[in-house]
Design a protein around this ligand. Sequence first.
Ligand SMILES: Nc1ncnc2c1ncn2[C@@H]1O[C@H](COP(=O)(O)OP(=O)(O)O)[C@@H](O)[C@H]1O
Ligand SMILES: N[C@@H](CCC(=O)OP(=O)(O)O)C(=O)O
Length: 374
Amino acid sequence: MKKKRIVVKIGSSSLTNKNGGLCLEKLQEHVQALARLKALGHDVILISSGAVAAGFTDLGYTSRPASIVGKQAAAAVGQGQLLHAYSQEFKKHDIVSAQLLLTKQNLLAKDLYQNATATLTELLKRNVLPIINENDSVSVDGLTFGDNDMLSALVSGLVQAQMLIILTDVNGIYRDNPRVNPEAARYDFLAEIPNELIKATSSEGSSVGTGGMKSKVEAAQTALALGSQVFIGTGSGSGKLVDIWEGKGDGTYIGDDPQATVKNSKQWLALHSMPTGKIEVDDGAALAISAQGRSLLPVGITKIGGRFKADDVVEVLNPAGEVIGKGQVNFSSEDLAEIKGLCSEEARVITKTGKRQVVIHRDQWFSATRKEQM
Ligand SMILES: Nc1ncnc2c1ncn2[C@@H]1O[C@H](COP(=O)(O)OP(=O)(O)O)[C@@H](O)[C@H]1O
Ligand SMILES: N[C@@H](CCC(=O)OP(=O)(O)O)C(=O)O
């Protein structure tokens, strides 16, 4: 049997008691289920919420804080307790666990993204079970994952997981919020997540969760595009994750098996990198890079916007001003200004290099308009 990678996301709603605090019995059951899944011989990565839930009482709050600063302080108190509980429980199953706290900023730069990937890969190689959460206490407003659903999808892509299992307090995606409309029917299987479904799904969640079903459906769309099959639902007992993995889970399965994976460098470009400038191209260049899989050459460039360095990421726009993709540039904005619109021969004279004058190589390009790429 070939070893597979499985990412399991456990939301606050599946880790808490009636008062919103951390429920140790639930955590113990999850660990038993994770241990049984890992015993099948697969790599298992856990994305766990629960830091705020674990910390708010010791901080003096009577209920889960609503303010950002309150949540950040509660997470600072609770994350240590959460990880202590997990590592103690995993030890009982002879599993070494590790903590990774991520923020969006940790993945913005390519070297940081590669570093996180390398650390995760090394942990998995050494048979460790990584436990990931957002680093809530230092996350900056506007640059947070917000809920752990999207974080779990991004991690699934990063480790090229076969399956992302999102455990929550409801047994799947319903056509309407089942708390509001108990008659709503469930989707047992979805081949894909259309944008209309995301729009139609409510972000109303449990009293402790963030994002409701909407953020899960959005995360499922991303994970699917990155090559992971997805399950959203619930379960009980130590066999629940093995059951889900074997297709017998109580919830919604999304995507057929197996999905085409996306290279990590493309994932970084598409989902993490922050463009620092813009390049406008003519129709011929737009067609070449977005539909014909070619690299971008100086001759097709009509306009340069912003200041950027070589290796920065820029947005590329067509003559109508629409963003057609993002790419890592080989020239700074100053150098590019000197060769824009020139054919390669002319550009070579100016840059005084013998090399082909490629502005964005097709391997460093992500097309926003070619669906099959993502
Ligand atoms: N269409 C829907 N199908 C299923 N659940 C939904 C739907 N719309 C909203 N929900 C709500 O989403 C909640 C789960 O989201 P959330 O509380 O954020 O969980 P978690 O803490 O596990 O991330 C469910 O309790 C349910 O009330
Ligand atoms: N990172 C936060 C969890 C954020 C959140 O509420 O996520 P979720 O319960 O997955 O919707 C924590 O550890 O408490």
